[in-house]
Unconditional design. Sequence first.
Length: 224
Amino acid sequence: MRATRRISALFGSAALAMGLALVPTNAQAVQVVGCSEDALVNAITAANLIGGDDLVLSPLCTYTLTQAHSADGGSGLPDITTPISLSGVSTEIVRSEAAADFRVLKVDGQGLNSGELKLSGVTVRGGKAAAGQPGGGVANLGGDLMLVSSALRNNEAAQGGGLYNDAGTSNLVGSAVVGNTATTAGGGGGIYEASGSVNLVATLVRSNSPNNCAPVGSVPFCGV
């Protein structure tokens, strides 16, 4: 009886040791971007430098942008020039009302850049593009943009208060484009599609001014 128990114990120890040996020794905990403007700017800058990254944002955090951080001064965050994802939980990226005019984000897929941005569980709010500039929330210029369970709210620009798409592809899934403003007639308060394609799936576009989307192009259901 004792021998049987001893053999069982030894077998169990060996199995445990084997299991531990199979666990990767280089496994790392997920790094969450701290809840501050500097932390988010630095994380995106670093992601661009290494060719892209998946960034996990602080849950329930409001990242407040007090100044522009793009090279041309037009965007609150560094331009997205590589494949980057920003995942949050009820997370907001907001331009401070006291700040100078700038949009929140630009996806740059022009020239040698290969900008791709995926937002999950993130609200982009309060962007205000400089006079005559497009895309108050996000300007997608030749890149790939995907919003999943995210929102563009209360942003403003000459064209595409919430989203401006030119030569890029933008997909919005289970998201919302609400309360955005274009300062030019027919400028697409919610979404402006200059070229490329914008596709909406289970996405709400409402209460944008002067109209929700312009031109219609491939953008469906923009009269909601």
